[in-house]
Write a protein that binds this ligand. Structure first.
Ligand code: ADP
Ligand code: UDP
Length: 236
């Protein structure tokens, strides 16, 4: 089914298929942080992320969120709809951590009175700079109506996923989404895994996400597996 490599990213490889509208997304064991400066290979990561992503995408689809995910193909591969990707990262935060803490000098852990939404330009060479809607408009990175729709959708996804994590005693601190266009429709693309969000134990504040890798906290994939088990996601 796989034909040629369409793109090799930092943690996934995308292949074309016989069907021009479908792609194979392969989750590799590669881990990167700080815009690719820190790198490692973590055993089982590809498999865990592939299954975690499939579960979350299916959960969102069941809530009528349009997603690119079609089906699991193997331990590390999923079939997805080919998207014309929008070069914007949509970051939602429920609790202060990471980038916003450094940028604004606010201590990690502050619970926000309501979620914030930030936009970043997806550009590794520039280090994914923060942008605003006026930039999106003047540089035509997306249409005004698309941004309006995607902002709403991102916040709805936050409501759904916050509840999903809360049921397992986990706090969804923040996360990043990417969207794209197919057949004139906007679909959630890329992935939702513990590589692209922050998840803390609500009581103990233990971290279950990529900060374990960024900050050398150890037991990275063991923690991903523990979070998956608590959430009822079969990753083994
Ligand atoms: P990155 O190095 O950009 O983080 P990844 O390793 O995550 O990349 O590789 C995935 C790449 O594929 C990203 O550039 C992402 O925007 C892109 N992508 C994700 N979903 C789709 C899709 N459905 N169609 C086309 N491209 C996609
Ligand atoms: N994020 C991501 N990819 C990026 C940038 C951010 O998946 O290129 C995720 C990150 O894992 C976190 C959230 O978006 O869950 C907010 O990230 P932040 O701005 O705090 O930056 P970081 O700490 O990753 O530098």
């Amino acid at each position: 089914m796989k034909k040629t490599i369409l793109a090799t990213g930092k943690s996934k490889t995308i292949y074309t298929t016989d069907d021009p509208n479908l792609l194979v997304m392969e989750f590799r064991d590669d881990a990167t942080a700080f815009n690719g400066v820190k790198k490692a290979s973590l055993a089982r990561k590809g498999k865990v992320n592939n299954h975690f992503n499939a579960h979350v995408m299916q959960l969102l689809a069941a809530e009528n969120i349009a997603v690119h995910f079609v089906k699991l193909l193997s331990e590390t591969e999923s079939l997805v709809k080919k998207l014309d990707m929008i070069r914007i990262e949509f970051v939602v935060r429920n609790v202060v951590a990471g980038g916003i803490s450094k940028r604004l000098g606010i201590e990690e852990g502050m619970v926000l009175p309501e979620p914030t939404l930030e936009l970043f330009l997806k550009d590794d060479a520039l280090g994914d700079p923060m942008i605003n809607e006026s930039h999106v408009h003047v540089f035509n990175w997306a249409k005004d109506e698309e941004i309006a729709e995607l902002k709403q959708r991102t916040l709805r996804i936050n409501t759904i996923l916050k509840a999903f994590f809360a049921k397992a005693g986990l706090t969804l601190v923040d996360f990043k989404l990417e969207f794209g266009r197919a057949d004139g429709k906007l679909l959630l693309g890329d992935e939702f895994t513990l590589d692209g969000c922050r998840v803390w134990d609500t009581k103990t504040q233990k971290k279950f996400d990529k900060d374990r890798f960024r900050r050398d906290l150890g037991e990275v994939i063991e923690s991903y597996e523990e979070a998956a088990e608590r959430l009822g996601i079969d990753v083994l």
